[in-house]
Design a binder for this molecule. Structure first.
Ligand code: 0GY
Length: 290
């Protein structure tokens, strides 16, 4: 683990909010353990190990039923830790992998059998070196044949440049963390309006209304991020997902209390109907359709 790395919260609180039956934590990771699944040589950070057993225990403690486990950059294109977690989940986890552009259809079908239903394209410059767009498009064509979708992670200021690329993708697109708005700017800032406009015009774009702990300027309970998520849930109730982002890689100031994050949900999705869509119906449609 890097010297300045902040490990995940050791004793999260029990949330007051009780998620509906079958709720899905649609953005979380497994890290290592490094002794079994080493971190990628190209990774920009070495995290604290965060095992599948710890993830599944947290899922149960928080009142969730399922996980969507997203490959993080610290494991590069080596999806073994992800696949191992999926195979141990008894069908209660699905995965989003990071793959090389020349992956074969047979290799993709093997990932599908393990429970992978998407790939992630990461454009965050502090996390990964740039990948040629044509490599991504080759992957997109292949995974489209399996009915998978594409998760994209980018920073708000880079969306304008990415729009032509996103328009070329042939599948549903899931944008991590609301496109990472800068909360100091306010919900009327052109960067956030550009993201809302993307969701308005491209009905295949979904987003995770997640990561208030990463976006907040005021800190726990992250109320300064509520307006961003609330507007997206209200306007696009059928295309929003929610996740803990456990084990919260690369936090700068503190390890978030996952119970507090769950208690954020009724602030951004205030009715049982919205909560049912956000936590159950939407992720089930996207990740458990087959
Ligand atoms: C997240 C957060 C981060 C890291 C990664 O791929 C990754 O390494 O996703 C981050 O540092 O912002 O959970 O999306």
């Amino acid at each position: 683990m890097d010297d300045n790395y902040i490990p995940f919260h050791p004793h999260p609180s029990k949330p007051h909010f009780v998620p509906p039956p079958g709720a899905v934590d649609a953005h979380c990771h497994v890290f290592g353990p490094a002794a079994l699944f080493p971190y990628a040589p190209e990774s920009k950070y070495i995290p604290c190990d965060a095992s599948k057993q710890q993830l599944f225990a947290l899922r149960d403690f928080l009142g969730f039923s399922r996980n969507v486990i997203v490959q993080a950059s610290c494991h590069g294109k080596d999806n073994r830790a992800l696949v191992d977690a999926l195979q141990s989940s008894e069908g209660m986890a699905r995965g989003v992998a990071v793959v090389k552009h020349d992956i074969t259809m047979d290799e993709l079908r093997e990932l599908h059998r393990a429970g992978v239903r998407g790939v992630r394209f990461n454009f965050v410059k502090r996390l990964v070196d740039a990948t040629p767009k044509e490599n991504y498009l080759r992957v997109a064509d292949k995974i489209a044949q399996l009915g998978w979708n594409i998760t994209v992670y980018f920073e708000a200021q880079d969306l304008a440049d990415l729009l032509p690329f996103l328009a070329q993708l042939p599948t549903d697109i899931v944008v991590d963390h609301m496109g990472t708005p800068k909360v100091a700017n306010g919900v009327e800032h052109p960067d956030f309006l550009r993201f809302i406009n993307l969701m308005e015009t491209n009905k295949r774009v979904w987003t995770k209304v997640s990561c208030p702990e990463r976006l907040s300027l005021t800190g726990p309970p992250y109320d300064d991020v509520v307006p961003y998520a609330a507007v997206l849930v209200e306007r696009f109730p059928d295309r929003v997902l929610w996740g803990t982002d456990w084990p919260h890689p690369n936090m700068r100031t503190h390890a978030p209390d996952d119970g507090l994050l769950v208690d954020h949900i009724p602030k951004i999705a205030p009715t049982p109907e919205l909560q049912q869509k956000l936590l159950v119906d939407n992720p089930m449609r996207l990740y458990w359709a087959d």
